[in-house]
Write a protein that binds this ligand. Structure first.
Ligand code: GAR
Length: 202
């Protein structure tokens, strides 16, 4: 049974999708052992508590540097014996120390077809640019911002009457399917990283 930690800063709808997938059998042989947030009022924490999952809050202001922050996070994750770290709307760039502690074992989800529109405004940037197609990317985390090897991507059209809200809602629906699928692939040992490519044995 693989042990998963989910890190979230906000609403936690992806966290909820992953909880539902572990409990509904769409992610097999894994359970969420810990939910961590950098925001004490994150709704993700409320969702975790309602599902009886252990939560921890790591506030930026309690640590002198980014490195000290990530060292504390890593110590906590390693102390719990976490196998896979899942970033689900965790709006913070992790340090090389963090990445090195969990090589090929940190995933992130991003609301665009990377490498287009990285950063914290993936939906708004795609809309402002005027692309006709955007989507969702699940990828492994490396030292860069949204640059690690791509595990899964799914596209959606951008319609003339789309607003940031309508497009985000469509992307969220995709995320809630795609993230559990990627996690399940990892748990079942179906992802092989070769250079920048993830080969999926499904
Ligand atoms: C998701 O749309 C995720 O793709 C995005 O934050 C949202 C979190 O939603 N992440 C990024 O933009 C990372 N750069 P949620 O809190 O409802 O899961």
């Amino acid at each position: 049974m693989k042990k998963i930690a989910v890190l979230a800063s906000g609403n936690g709808s992806n966290l909820q999708a992953i909880i539902d997938a572990t409990r509904g059998g769409r992610i097999r042989d894994a359970r969420i052992c810990l939910v961590i947030s950098d925001k004490k009022n994150a709704y993700a924490l409320e969702r975790a508590r309602r599902c009886n999952l252990p939560v921890r809050v790591f506030l930026h202001q309690d640590y002198p540097t980014r490195d000290a922050y990530d060292r504390a996070l890593v110590a906590c994750l390693q102390g719990e014996g976490i196998d896979l770290v899942v970033l689900a709307g965790f709006m913070r760039l992790v340090t090389p120390y963090f990445v090195g502690a969990f090589p090929g074992r940190i995933m992130n989800i991003h609301p665009s077809l990377l490498p287009a529109f990285p950063g914290t405004r993936g939906v708004a940037d795609a809309l402002e640019y005027g692309v006709k197609v955007t989507g969702v990317t699940v990828h492994f985390v490396d030292e860069g911002m949204d640059t690690g090897p791509v595990i899964l991507q799914e596209a959606t059209s951008v319609y003339d009457d789309d607003t940031e809200e309508s497009l985000a809602a469509r992307l969220h629906a995709i995320e809630h399917r795609l993230y559990p699928k990627a996690i399940d692939l990892w748990v079942r040992g179906k992802i092989k990283i070769v250079g920048r490519r993830c080969l999926l044995d499904d």
